[in-house]
Design a binder for this molecule. Structure first.
Ligand code: IPD
Ligand code: CA
Ligand code: CA
Length: 259
């Protein structure tokens, strides 16, 4: 990957180590002990193992952490944070569907500076660093060029079974569907959805009630590949259950107007 920053290099190293465990566990999926955190939100033993390996490598920096499994942890440096989702796409993973990723981001003073989303099964690493561009493995990525909304390839996710606005989310899905030729996908991994918009595979993505760790790395990928990303109503991306939209920029207005 043609990005060279100390933080990016450390994330890369941590990711390559952790992905070995992830690949091994995916091969042994039946043997995994699964515990249920809340309906629709499973955490596997593998999730915890992967996060531990990532944190062990990254904690050498003495930065703080925000992770899905461990929450907020203060390091020596409070203004520098690693944001981790060890497995994004857990439900796919549990079902033996090869579409999930490790998502790692580096945040400084509340701004995402670097991000990596790594799909270990396809060996696709999506990476970006502020001012250095976005890459898929060693190739520079750009968002798609499509401007015709009706023909755009969109992706979304949710609602979770625990959502209190399930009906509204499904109604919105219907509303958007009727304005397109129904090229709407649901992949089960928000991190990969954003990475794919950055790579020009999808033209747009939106989702209600998403968490910061699901999208942190994706934010810099979208920005550095020429796309637009913003919260729909919140003032920033931080926090839990926020609503976001990300596109190739050309269909941004059309999609935003429907949400
Ligand atoms: C989930 C995935 C999914 C999205 C959910 C997320 P997890 O993350 O990104 O695509 O629809 O909202 O919670 O639980 O697999 O890490
Ligand atoms: Ca996630
Ligand atoms: Ca996860």
């Amino acid at each position: 990957m043609k990005i060279n920053s100390p933080q990016f290099n450390l994330m890369h190293k941590a990711c390559m180590k952790a992905s070995k465990i992830l690949i091994r566990d995916f091969g042994e999926i039946e043997k995994l002990q699964v515990s249920e955190k809340s309906p629709g939100d499973f955490v596997t033993a593998s999730d915890k193992r992967v996060e531990k390996v990532l944190m062990k490598e990254l904690e050498k920096s003495e930065y703080s952490f925000l992770t899905e499994e461990s929450g907020s942890i203060d390091g020596k440096y409070k203004d520098k944070r690693w944001i981790i989702d060890p497995i994004d796409g857990t439900f796919n993973f549990l079902n033996g569907l090869p579409h999930f990723a490790i998502s790692l981001a580096y945040e400084e003073n509340g701004e995402i500076i670097s991000g990596i989303i790594y799909d270990p099964i396809k060996d696709e690493m999506f990476g970006a660093h502020k001012g250095s561009g976005a890459y898929l493995n060693n190739t520079r990525m750009r968002v798609s060029n499509k401007s015709e909304f009706r023909n755009s390839c969109l992706v979304t996710g949710g609602p979770k079974s625990t959502s209190k606005i399930k009906e509204a989310i499904l109604d919105e899905y219907k509303k958007v569907s009727l304005k397109t030729n129904s090229h709407i996908r649901k992949s089960g991994s928000a991190a990969l959805d954003l990475a794919y918009v950055a790579a020009g595979r999808y033209d747009g993505y939106w989702q209600r009630e998403i968490n910061y760790w699901d999208i942190a790395a994706g934010i810099i990928l979208i920005k550095e590949s020429g796309g637009f990303i913003n919260p729909i109503k919140e003032k920033d991306f931080m926090g839990k259950k926020i609503d976001i939209v990300a596109t190739n920029s050309k269909i941004h207005e059309d999609l935003t107007n429907l949400l």
